[in-house]
Design a protein around this ligand. Structure first.
Ligand SMILES: Cc1cc2nc3c(=O)[nH]c(=O)nc-3n(C[C@H](O)[C@H](O)[C@H](O)COP(=O)(O)O)c2cc1C
Length: 177
């Protein structure tokens, strides 16, 4: 197998998991096209199988469209393109889960990644937005979400023509010897 920093596989239907992982890229330009609610549900139902510490499943999410999407976009420095996504999945940690804070946050991160991979397998683009966390109080308020839900990140979702061209460092740089 020849490894490439650009990803080895093509996009397309029926991609296997290695293809999905290596061809996903952040998408920051979206087509003006809605995502069917059944498709969205399929993505989120898949992500519910994310592992979590003691199977606590501490993530919660809200799907945001329309005026709320516009208002949240205004809170981020990336709002100018975020608002063009078909929807946001706003991901929270339910802090009433007292298990272990770091593990709970890690589980929510894995949940976000699985949303992105599931979306990609259906040819839907996404971008993980962390540049909103400083606005967490405002996001909760705007969405009417209680304070015991901690904002972890936003996933923008939408159909696309263009995805970013990113690479990765060489394999050898990661392996500690
Ligand atoms: C925790 C986290 C926070 C991120 N926050 C942002 C963000 O606020 N805005 C943005 O455009 N991309 C954000 N990204 C996406 C990264 O910039 C992107 O994943 C990285 O540059 C690699 O590019 P790729 O996803 O195309 O492979 C974030 C990614 C992660 C994992």
């Amino acid at each position: 197998m020849v490894f490439s920093n650009y990803g080895v596989f093509k996009d397309g239907e029926n991609m296997n998991l290695i293809e999905a992982i290596t061809t996903r890229r952040s998408v920051r330009e979206y087509l003006n096209k809605d995502i069917d609610s059944h498709v969205l549900e399929q993505i989120l139902r898949a992500a519910l199988w994310t592992p979590s510490g003691k199977n606590g499943q501490p993530w919660r999410f809200k799907i945001v469209t329309g005026k709320e999407k516009e208002a949240i976009s205004k809170l981020s420095v990336y709002g100018s393109w975020m608002k063009n996504a078909a929807c946001f999945v706003v991901v929270f940690l339910d802090k009433s889960h007292s298990y272990h804070y770091i593990k709970n946050v890690q589980s929510c991160g894995a949940f976000i990644q699985n949303i992105m991979l599931a979306a990609h397998s259906l040819n839907i683009g996404s971008c993980w937005i962390g540049e909103i966390l400083s606005q967490s109080k405002n996001v909760n308020k705007l969405l009417g979400i209680a304070d015991n839900m901690e904002l972890i990140g936003i996933v923008t979702l939408g159909y696309y023509d263009v995805k970013s061209i990113t690479t990765r460092k060489a394999f050898e740089e990661f392996e500690l010897r």
